[in-house]
Design a binder for this molecule. Structure first.
Ligand code: TMP
Length: 210
């Protein structure tokens, strides 16, 4: 795997999609080949898995079913899209990866972290980000941003307590892996957030043609 793998993480409304799109444009502007992708759902099978996962009709889905569906999506994503791109030497920017599973299914749903990490290792099969940008925002502020954007899927319908546990989960991962996971205050205007993100990416990106 010759490429660079960078992930973006955070709770709902932290601005991940906006920032990761800006990041893709930035990497391309450096003359590097970039793949912008996300979980769950950026493969043909993954799109169907995402529909099941986020459908409010499955409100009572068992947490273990939910966990295994996220892993099914990841296995497909890693093998069909992420690893082939890394093998071609490309920069892969991924909106959510393993840390989301630890934060949402581990800290949010209370599933056993050791079991979760063991199955995750099978699903991702050695692929691991060299940099993770955690866009951090207060849970209430994030949910408010999302409701203004009209978003309301099955996970967004969870109460504020759930999203607070998820945020704490992300922060706890960042405390235990400070080299990989960089916390960026996402409550600021988007340009300020992106300026910090760009600096962090520059530390792991090759120079490119520019
Ligand atoms: P998003 O694409 O709008 O971020 O929605 C994906 C939802 O899936 C979001 O609520 C976070 C959740 N999620 C998990 O619960 N576990 C995971 O492993 C991943 C990748 C996402």
């Amino acid at each position: 795997m010759r490429g660079v793998f960078i992930t973006f993480e955070g709770i709902e409304g932290a601005g991940k999609s906006t920032i990761s799109e800006m990041a893709s444009r930035y990497v391309a502007s450096k003359g590097l080949r970039v793949v912008g992708t996300y979980e769950p759902g950026d493969t043909a099978a993954g799109r169907e898995i995402r529909t099941i996962l986020l459908d409010p009709a499955h409100e009572g889905m068992h947490p273990l079913t939910e966990l295994l569906l996220y892993f099914a999506d990841r296995a497909e994503h890693v093998h069909r899209l992420i690893r082939p791109a890394l093998d071609r030497g490309e920069v892969v920017l991924c909106d959510r990866f393993t840390d989301s599973t630890v934060a949402y299914q581990g800290f949010g749903r209370g599933l056993d972290l050791k079991t979760l990490r063991d199955i995750d290792a099978v699903a991702r099969d050695g692929v691991w980000p060299e940099l993770t940008i955690l866009l951090d925002i207060d849970a209430r502020a994030g949910l408010k941003r999302n409701s203004r954007a009209g978003k309301r899927d099955r996970l967004e319908m969870e109460d504020t307590g759930f999203h607070e546990r998820v945020r704490e989960g992300f922060l706890s991962i960042a405390r235990s892996e400070p080299e990989r996971v960089k916390v960026v205050d996402a409550s600021r205007p988007v340009d300020a957030v992106f300026a910090e993100v760009r600096e962090l990416m520059d530390r792991v990106l090759p120079d490119g043609r520019a």
